[in-house]
Ligand binder design. Structure first.
Ligand code: ADP
Ligand code: MG
Length: 689
């Protein structure tokens, strides 16, 4: 039996230097080659003759180079043209502003060209994909079929790689081992593996290609989901945490302090959290809810529950401003309850920091609110029973793990205002249970989202001025602190001065990330207590800041911010009972920036915004790798292939339920692949041999 783990250099055509190039693509073995699936395919089974080519169509032609040359237009554009033809006629192939193309061709070359055809004086095919057919003896891999196009770097040609793949598929596909038990294949209508691999590279038809890809994607997703299911099983079955006592005086007194009733959504979520906390199994829950949906108070409820039973609670947030705000609000709200609260954030004096750390260590502090400082080395808790992480998209998995490690399997609640659709969340946050707050507290007035071009910026300022005249306050946000020679972006520092001149009677304040903690604290307090009317700021106010009287959010250079950031910024307003205005000022220069602004104007629903964002940026960018720590997907796409993901998830859950350690003979290959894919410590498969 051939072995897929042998080096790719055993493939015909791969010498030492080419092997180096393959290594750079992450390809070491024959197996890596086999699983290097094409980026797309090109249908060259229908090669057109020149006489059959129609303007407006995407066509593939096989032609000879007759002549070529380039010229420069009056406007300075370089046009390179080939005259090409076959026995039925002559046409042009044209490349714009790519003068180096002229070094690639020789008269007499045979070519396959693929691209959009237009009619000028002659028919011409514009910026076509091209392939020079050097080896006329055997073109069976390259024309007259659906042809694979691979994700390659400059130094590797499609043609060479395709020959390598053809050899690999012809000689090694039989060594591929199908890991799926028969039942799973039957239930999900999946093609056998060897057939799938063959057709993923060199498909016999579009229909078969689709089925082939579906099979390979399923395999990839199944391993992912099995890994997740295993991790969940480990947490749920093996770990012992704390069982919190739900009944008690403290929570009751806390409820009486609240100036409002919980929404139904909040009640439902609190119930889910309570059940987790009461159970001896550690809670691992994600709370999703749009900005302003009232997550913080739910978290506080849970923290009080922990404190009531004699444990400590911790709330970790991404910025000092937020830590400070939570500390003040919570201290104020809870003052009658005799709970000791410690704030631990950025630049405390060493002595003060040590004092607070000591309080936490000996258990004098019941509730700890802080930034990353909470997970720093040397931070110890006496009895941490619940850790809450707010705005978790600002932290990574590693940080979640660190906070958890401050105690023996404490309950963990993470919160996010970048909600994503449920199946997606179950994958990306696979080891977490999910709760969703899907309504806003009553009485919220609408937020009007407006868009102005740069030249109309002053209209935006006028709206802010009118709002202040009504007793409200406003934010104006800039992408940078200071202007620089390298860009023409307005910066917050200078714009504070300009806006002070624009509003001579108003108090204009300034806030940015380079200020000292104490300064930031003072500015936020001044804003809160209305000693500042208009706060000029950078993105530091992106998350969490809760000042209900502010009703205008102007974002200048809105094109410089991501969609989720814009949505978060908009979430700073619309928190009171007044109509609010979110005004985006921008001259977007590319389509992506335009589509972000369009999305903001179209919807206010955070779930929809997140979906748009995912669409625009793609899952890789959207989630970032540091956020989930899942193995990288090579073939499937969690957004595009959601349907397959759901099937794989269902099968994986079943699989792990029936055979948790995958000891049954029919699951042996899944187990082996799983071990390869996930690192041991992550999976905790190691303990089982
Ligand atoms: P999130 O963290 O989800 O963005 P917050 O927790 O900051 O939202 O809540 C936004 C505002 O709504 C806060 O001022 C909070 O006090 C208020 N709030 C929360 N729950 C309710 C409720 N059930 N009824 C009325 N107001 C609420
Ligand atoms: Mg919040």
């Amino acid at each position: 039996m051939k072995d897929l783990s042998i080096s790719a250099r055993y493939v015909k055509g791969v010498g030492p230097s080419k092997l180096g190039l393959l290594n750079r693509l992450g390809i070491e073995t024959v197996g890596d080659l086999l699983y290097c699936v094409p980026r797309r395919h090109e249908d060259r089974s229908r090669i057109c003759r020149v006489s059959e080519v129609r303007p407006g169509n995407l066509e593939t032609i096989k032609v000879k180079v007759l002549a070529f040359g380039d010229r420069t237009t009056k406007r300075g554009m370089n046009i390179f043209q080939l005259a090409v033809g076959d026995s039925t006629g002559v046409m042009h192939a044209t490349w714009f502003n790519q003068p180096y193309m002229k070094d690639k061709f020789k008269v007499g070359h045979e070519l396959v060209l693929h691209g959009k055809v237009e009619k000028h004086i002659y028919l011409q095919i514009n910026n076509p994909e091209y392939e020079i057919l050097e080896d006329t003896k055997d073109d069976s891999a390259h024309i007259g079929r659906i042809v694979p196009i691979y994700p390659l770097t400059e130094d590797i040609t499609q043609r060479w790689f395709r020959n390598v793949m053809k050899f690999t598929v012809d000689n090694y596909v039989d060594a591929a081992q199908d890991m799926l038990p028969y039942d799973i294949k039957r239930r999900n209508d999946l093609m056998p593996l060897k057939q799938a691999l063959r057709n993923a590279h060199f498909p016999v038809s579009e229909v078969v290609l689709k089925k082939a890809m579906r099979r390979l994607i399923f395999d990839e997703f199944l391993l992912l989901q099995a890994g997740i299911a295993l991790k969940r099983a480990t947490i749920k079955i093996d770990l012992t945490g704390y069982s919190h006592n739900l009944k008690g005086d403290l929570v009751e007194r806390f409820k009486k302090l609240l100036p409002f009733e919980f929404t139904n959504s909040q009640k439902k979520v609190i119930k889910e959290i309570q059940e987790d906390m009461q159970s001896l199994k550690p809670m691992n829950r994600l709370l999703q809810g749009d900005v302003g949906s009232g997550k913080t108070i739910v978290a506080l409820y849970a923290l009080i529950l922990a404190i009531q039973g004699g444990y400590q609670g911790a709330l970790m947030v991404p910025t000092e401003i937020l830590a400070d705000q939570h500390y003040k609000n919570v201290t104020n709200l809870l003052k009658e309850l005799n709970i000791k609260i410690a704030l631990l954030s950025g630049d405390l004096k060493p002595k003060e920091r040590d004092r607070r750390k000591h309080m936490i260590e000996v258990g004098e502090a019941d509730l700890v609110i802080g930034t990353h400082a909470l997970i720093q080395q040397g931070m110890r808790f006496k009895k941490l029973g619940l850790a809450v992480i707010d705005e978790q998209h600002k932290f990574g998995v590693a940080q979640r793990a660190l906070l958890k490690s401050k105690s023996q399997n404490p309950d963990v609640l993470v919160m996010t205002a970048t909600p994503i659709p449920r199946t997606l969340a179950m994958t990306v946050y696979g080891d977490l249970d999910i709760s969703v707050i899907d309504e806003l507290p009553p009485g919220r007035k609408e937020i009007k989202t407006l868009y102005f071009q740069e030249k109309n910026r002053e209209k935006a300022y006028k709206i802010a001025g009118e709002q202040v005249a009504l007793g409200r306050q406003a934010y104006v946000v800039y992408p940078v602190i200071e202007e620089s020679q390298r860009s023409d972006l307005r910066g917050a520092v200078k714009m504070r001065d300009e806006l002070s001149e624009f509003f001579p009677d108003l108090k204009v304040g300034l806030l940015h990330g380079r200020m000292k903690s104490k300064e930031k604290e003072k500015i936020m307090l001044d804003f809160k207590e209305k000693r500042i009317d208009i706060l000029v700021s950078t993105i530091v106010i992106e998350v969490g800041v809760d000042i209900p009287n502010s009703s205008t959010m102007i974002v200048e250079h809105a094109e410089r911010f991501g969609l989720s950031q814009l949505h978060q910024l908009r979430g700073r307003i619309g928190r009171g009972s007044h109509i609010s205005y979110c005004i985006l000022v921008s001259d977007p220069k590319n389509d992506e920036a335009k589509s972000r602004i369009k999305a903001m104007l179209k919807t206010q629903d955070g779930f929809k915004i997140a979906e748009e964002d995912l669409e625009i940026r793609g899952p890789g960018e959207f989630f970032g790798t540091r956020q989930h720590g899942l193995p990288e997907l090579k073939i499937g796409n969690i957004v595009r292939d959601r349907g397959i993901m759901e099937l794989a998830r269902a099968e994986a859950t079943e699989l792990i339920k029936k055979d948790r350690f995958l000891r049954r003979p029919e699951n042996r290959l899944i187990r082996e692949n799983l071990k390869k894919k996930f690192s041991m410590e992550k999976l905790e498969l190691a303990a089982t041999g």
